[in-house]
Write a protein that binds this ligand. Structure first.
Ligand code: TUI
Length: 315
């Protein structure tokens, strides 16, 4: 049994959070993860306020356990979804891709537990003083929008820098990564890529198959020139994007426009030509489709076994 402070803080059985992946993380996936004892998240990114409200209400029908909402701060709907989470009395919010400072006072006042995803020590300290109850330290191995630092160096530094629980993310997809994250000082893990292939996940079968087939060097980072680097699986979209990025004729705005809608096409249609299949480097560790409950049981029991056996190193 792996219990950490994060379990008590969030009222969950296992310290495992499902990433709030845009288009992928709907009420069905979030409820399945929460019912399995982790913390499921609904992606706020892919919806306006009313669509998110409907998704939150659906999750409440599907589970009595705590679940949360991820708010992607680059979304054009951030202001409205920031209000809806208060009105719907969502218990936990994670934020990504920006500074949640503007919204923090209202969320904290409403009693919402705010857990920003952070790519650096300075940013972790800033959100901790603004009232965050925990942070997700996300390394560059992660899928989607990423920072520069690896999970291995980021997690221990953030653990040293803040007094709130740290959740490790980026590159974690099995019990070995989970156990290692705890050794780095984390109180839990967040996984996205492994949950993409969950039975309850709505991602198109083509998306799931690509994740399962991916090998160690099959992800690439596009968008460095736009200032919004994104890790995705190598695909005809990502190759085309990289070509345009090297071409000075394309402005930053033109590049951003190229990316819009590509994730939705990958998730909903499995579009092999225009789709952007965001995934972390851990895709290479994901080898089979399972239920959310099987994924959680497997990583928890593997980590437990490893942690028990680890005393062998002490002779
Ligand atoms: O947000 C993510 N991952 C995402 S968001 C996303 S949706 C998207 N779609 C198209 C283009 C781009 C994104 C897909 N994946 N992870 C959390 C995360 N947050 N990673 C990095 C950050 C981050 C970066 C900079 C957080 C804060 C920050 O700066 C804060 C500041 O203003 O100083």
């Amino acid at each position: 049994m792996i219990k950490t402070e994060l379990c008590a803080l969030l009222g969950i059985e296992y310290p495992v959070i499902q990433g709030g992946m845009a288009w992928v993380a709907d009420a069905c996936l979030a409820a399945a993860v929460s019912n399995a004892g982790g913390l499921g998240l609904i992606a706020g990114m892919s919806s306006n306020g009313e669509q998110l409200r409907a998704e939150i209400r659906k999750a409440k029908e599907l589970t009595n356990k705590p679940f949360g909402v991820n708010i992607m701060l680059m979304s054009p709907f951030t202001d409205e979804v920031a209000k809806v989470v208060i009105e719907e009395k969502v218990k936990v919010i994670t934020t990504g891709a920006g500074n949640p400072g503007k919204y923090m006072p209202e969320w904290v006042k409403a009693g919402i537990k705010v857990i920003p995803v952070v790519p650096s020590v300075a940013f972790a300290k800033r959100v901790a003083s603004a009232g965050a109850v925990a942070v997700v330290a996300e390394g560059t191995e992660a899928g989607g929008h990423i920072g520069e630092l690896t999970t291995m160096v980021l997690v221990p530094q953030i653990t040293d820098a803040v007094d709130i629980p740290v959740v490790a993310a980026g590159g974690i997809a099995d019990g070995r990564g989970f156990a290692a994250a705890l050794m780095l000082g984390a109180q839990g893990v967040q996984m996205g890529t492994r949950f993409v292939v969950a039975d309850e996940c709505r991602a198109h079968i083509n998306y799931k198959e690509r994740v399962i087939k991916a090998k160690d060097r099959d992800t690439i980072v596009t968008g460095r020139r736009t200032g919004h680097p994104v890790r995705s699986l190598n695909s005809s979209f990502s190759k085309e994007f990289l070509k345009c990025e090297k071409d000075e004729g394309y402005s930053v705005e033109a590049l951003e426009a190229l990316g819009i809608g590509a994730l939705r096409m990958a998730v909903m249609d499995g579009d092999p030509v225009c789709g952007c299949f965001m995934a972390g480097q851990s895709a290479a560790l994901v080898t089979k489709q399972q239920t959310a409950s099987e994924i959680i049981s497997e990583i928890v029991s593997e980590a437990e076994m490893l942690l028990r056996e680890s005393s062998k190193w002490l002779g």
